[in-house]
Ligand binder design. Structure first.
Ligand SMILES: Nc1nc2c(ncn2[C@@H]2O[C@H](COP(=O)(O)OP(=O)(O)OP(=O)(O)O)[C@@H](O)[C@H]2O)c(=O)[nH]1
Ligand SMILES: [Mg+2]
Length: 342
């Protein structure tokens, strides 16, 4: 076993045994996509698949962090272990919003049944979704029954991260005029459960009614594409789900509606366990494996010996001396042919 391998095994075993520092270090390795992380994930993967991964996304200020805190309280009251991964795709370093969240979560600093972690962006959006999935695998192995993935903002990368979960919750707040924006961002398309938070504010019922009407009248292209439950299509985000996500109202700041939300999450999870989400799981595995294949391919092309030839090929495309299809064929041929093309 190489050094990275044995170090990874030690780290993985310690994390699974409940060593929180080892868990934190392993998640850092996952975030940085080191060989240690890869070796650890290989070791841990067979023992995972139990945790429920829930993505929570929505407009800034809608109350995601407050809701996550309320969910933690609810889940802990039921004696279940919960982990939170707060993902900030927009910032290369941990942003102020996440630090604020951390302060809010201090109450659980000494509770072994709660683990909270911030993750910043590394690389492209697809990579962030893959990193989040890997982090969830590690937390699953460490015995967390529920893994909440909180994303910040409403860009496409957040949508991708949230959609990497078993269940995706999209948060709205009344009086924000968010409904239209959310649809623009494709947010509602990935929602399994829609939550109108700030139920104590005027307009919450109206917003919920609007959303219900909107969700009834709209059949998203993604849902249509996923209708056959076949993951073989081009749309990697395609995932079969009920056409009409539930719309719930919560007041995260008081905890009102949070038990109903947890019940809805559990229902969605059981439905998945009963095979309804088999297509979704296949689609996720497909996305995960292809992401690794594409990363491995890129590594080979950008490796020290292949890099100049790759760069030359790309430059030829820029200068319109070569079309991108021929360029791709040449690069692929250079892999099987044993040497760089051109
Ligand atoms: N009235 C009311 N205020 C709430 C409720 N939930 C959250 N808030 C407040 O709304 C503000 C934003 O809440 P956060 O939980 O930080 O929202 P967020 O979606 O995590 O925000 P970002 O992480 O910045 O995207 C805070 O001042 C909360 O106290 C609620 O149910 N009712
Ligand atoms: Mg937040």
């Amino acid at each position: 076993m190489n050094p990275a391998g044995s170090r990874a095994e030690d780290l993985a075993d310690a994390a699974v045994a409940g060593d929180r520092r080892a868990l934190a270090r392993l998640l850092t390795a996952v975030e940085n996509r080191t060989p240690t992380a890869e070796a650890a994930l290989r070791r841990l993967y067979p023992a995972t698949g139990r945790a429920h991964l829930v993505g929570i996304t929505g407009a800034p200020g809608a109350g995601k962090s407050t809701l996550v805190a309320a969910l933690i309280a609810e889940v802990r009251a039921a004696g279940r272990a919960v982990a939170v991964v707060a993902v900030d795709p927009s910032s290369p370093i941990t942003g102020g919003a996440l630090l604020g969240d951390r302060v809010r979560m201090q109450a659980y600093a000494s509770d072994d049944g709660v683990f909270i972690r911030s993750m910043a962006s590394r690389g492209h959006a697809g990579g962030l979704a893959a990193t989040s999935t890997s982090a969830a695998t590690v937390l699953d192995a460490a015995g967390f029954d529920l893994v909440l993935l909180e994303t910040v903002g409403t860009g496409q990368s957040e949508v991708e991260v949230a959609a990497a979960a078993d269940t995706t919750v999209v948060l709205e707040a009344p009086e924000m005029g968010d409904e239209v924006q959310a649809i623009k961002a494709g947010l509602l398309e990935v929602a399994d459960i829609v939550v109108v938070n700030k139920g104590d504010r005027p307009g919450a019922q109206r917003t919920a009614a609007q959303l219900r009407a909107m969700l009834t009248s709209t059949v998203s292209p993604r849902v249509a594409a996923a209708g056959g439950a076949s993951p073989a299509g081009d749309d990697r985000a395609a995932r079969p789900r009920p056409k009409r996500p539930e719309v719930l109202i919560t007041t995260a700041s008081t905890g009102e509606g949070v038990p109903a939300l947890l019940a809805a999450l559990d229902r969605h999870r059981s439905a998945g366990r009963e095979g309804l989400a088999d297509g979704a799981r296949l689609a996720r595995a497909e996305a995960q494996v292809w992401a690794i294949v594409s990363e491995r391919l890129r590594d080979r092309f950008h490796g020290t010996t292949a890099a100049p030839a790759t760069e030359e090929t790309l430059r030829a495309v820029v200068e319109h001396r070569l079309d991108p299809y021929t360029a791709a064929d040449q690069l692929l041929a250079s892999l099987t042919g044993g040497g760089p093309a051109n």
